[in-house]
Design a protein around this ligand. Sequence first.
Ligand SMILES: NC(=O)c1ccc[n+]([C@@H]2O[C@H](COP(=O)([O-])OP(=O)(O)OC[C@H]3O[C@@H](n4cnc5c(N)ncnc54)[C@H](OP(=O)(O)O)[C@@H]3O)[C@@H](O)[C@H]2O)c1
Length: 300
Amino acid sequence: MTDGLITVFGGTGFLGRAIVRELLEAGHGVRIAARTPRWPDNVADGDPLSLVSADIRDEASVTQALVGASGAVNAVSLYVESRRLTFDTIHVEGAERVARLAREASITRLVHISGIGVDEQSSSRYVSARARGEAAVLSAFPKATLLRPSVLFGPGDAFLSTLEKLTRLPAIPLFGHGETRLQPVHVKDVARAVEKVMGPRPPAWRLFELGGENVMRYRDILSLVMAHLRREHPLVPVPWPVWRVLTTLLSPLPSPPLTHDQLVLMAQDNIVNPQVGTFTDLGIIPHSLRESLPGCLVVD
Ligand SMILES: NC(=O)c1ccc[n+]([C@@H]2O[C@H](COP(=O)([O-])OP(=O)(O)OC[C@H]3O[C@@H](n4cnc5c(N)ncnc54)[C@H](OP(=O)(O)O)[C@@H]3O)[C@@H](O)[C@H]2O)c1
């Protein structure tokens, strides 16, 4: 179906880079679209790869990025908003723009990357914008495929590298009692899912939730990371109201280490709903976090 070119918006990001690699390995032509596009590290001579400058806030550059493409992926992110750049601008208006212009460009297959836990009613502006973004995408491009991953891990990720830093502390603060359940998923598995969706047959589901092999409590993930790094420090429960005060105090910073939106995400389980499409429907067996740790975090 998408034998031709696939434009990957956000193709220089953590997930975007893995998607680009997976699509190239499957024989697709790929165009990386980002505000500052860069060649991937592992590009090989003859890879059918090109770069284009595109900002999903700008109609003309998105149109240009889609010229001649038969597939498109939106893997653009914004995790912390500012007065100048809001979640709505990227996750609702930008997402709608990519979907609408993809449809106008007669793109056959559009994959929109979202996240588990989206909820229009959420007190988190991020979580709510993601839900409205999904609706806007489906309204503009009804046959789009939505992929909602759980938290991503892999070499050079933000998740395990943050936990690694935390495990250097003499005592490791938990969100509440650390009971929130997560289903960390290898970035490569999500990239493989994108490639499968771009395959010859249309996917069986419009919506997929993608989680790793195991559902784990946050505290158990920390213990696993500590065991791998051969560190041993106590896990200390910290009540949620204390975190809420902390995120309020940190909020004036230009780049706060923890935001209200991240706290809301950490307060709810982030696990796959088996009522929608999953890795099983795509024939993918996800990597295990435990077995992947040596490839992700170097032991001192
Ligand atoms: N990381 C996770 O654990 C996780 C979990 C669940 C879901 N997701 C979702 O996966 C997607 C990718 O996340 P990520 O962590 O890979 O993001 P990331 O590493 O922060 O990469 C973001 C990408 O978006 C591009 N970008 C940002 N603003 C843009 C704009 N206005 N126009 C065009 N491109 C823009 C960036 O390049 P430039 O800055 O050069 O434009 C970069 O290529 C997001 O939808 C995210 O919500 C991620």
